[in-house]
Design a protein around this ligand. Structure first.
Ligand code: UDP
Length: 260
């Protein structure tokens, strides 16, 4: 019966510029089930910037292809799925998935053990404190900053291998967090690992998210650029993504008679 359930709930995968994106009606239930079963899951939150990075970084592309769950985090990816692949899909920003997952774990009879890794000193701990205050039932068992020596990292890895948190949020930015998870997930093979980018900065109050009207109009990137002007170079990936999407969909793939 369990086998049948798992088979039925294997996330359906679609190709966006050669990378998988999984579309499900309920990501949280699937992840909660995985946490309970100790399925061992790497969650990637895919956006246009990351897709272009992966074209130039084969290691990143391999990690994304190998991840058990890739969610449509960015507007570019969602527009691709909607208008080029004709799929009904809603955008799910990584930070919102992470928030919903935290809330859902706290509602379980036995809340999952959680670890926050990444961010500048004290940020992960501050984010954890704010969450603990908000949801006392949340079981965050440890935090660690993302800036440290190699020796401190070895200690962190040893610590993770000992305590084996069931849910591990890694906030080192793209592609560092994806590569780090792929390299180290064997230490806690039954855990669910999620790359959460700048989520600790937002939860700790260090930064703010774009107003909803900007996000609803596919303009969250504009707010991020306003907040961090250094991102301009990375954001050149957005028009590149749009251009390549059209070429990939109507040129390259048509020539090769591929489904996507
Ligand atoms: N970071 C870190 N260690 C590093 C590099 C980055 O902990 O060596 C943290 C940084 O402090 C920030 C997060 O990683 O909190 C990256 O956030 P960003 O919003 O830039 O993520 P992305 O846009 O790549 O998803």
């Amino acid at each position: 019966m369990r086998f049948l359930f798992t088979m039925l709930t294997i996330p359906k995968s679609y190709s966006v510029l050669g990378l998988p994106v999984h579309i499900m009606t309920n990501y949280i239930d699937w992840l909660l089930d995985g946490i309970k079963q100790g399925r061992g899951t790497h969650v990637v939150t895919l956006n246009a910037e990351m897709t272009i990075q992966a074209e130039k970084n084969q290691a990143l592309a391999a990690v994304i292809k190998n991840a058990e769950l890739v969610i449509p985090d960015g507007s570019g990816v969602v527009l691709y799925l909607r208008y080029l692949l004709r799929q009904k899909v809603r955008r799910l920003p990584g930070i919102e998935l992470a928030e919903k997952l935290l809330e859902a774990t706290a509602e379980q009879a036995k809340p999952a053990t959680i670890f926050f890794y990444g961010g500048s000193p004290e940020i992960a701990e501050k984010a954890a404190q704010i969450w603990r205050k908000q949801i006392p039932n949340l079981n965050i068992i440890g935090t660690h900053s993302g800036y440290h020596s190699l020796q401190q990292e070895q200690q962190l890895l040893q610590h993770l291998a000992e305590i084996k948190p069931q849910l591990i949020f890694v906030a080192l930015g793209v592609p560092k967090q994806e590569l780090w998870i792929a390299k180290n997930r064997h230490l806690c093979p039954h855990s669910t690992w999620v790359g959460v980018g700048g989520s600790f900065d937002i939860w700790s109050g260090r930064k703010t998210r774009a107003p909803r009207w900007l996000a609803n109009n596919n303009l969250e990137w504009l707010y991020r650029l306003y907040q961090d002007p250094w991102r301009w170079r990375r954001m050149l990936a957005l028009p590149e993504f749009a251009y390549k999407s059209l070429i990939y969909r109507f040129g390259y793939n048509t020539l090769r008679n591929c489904k996507y």
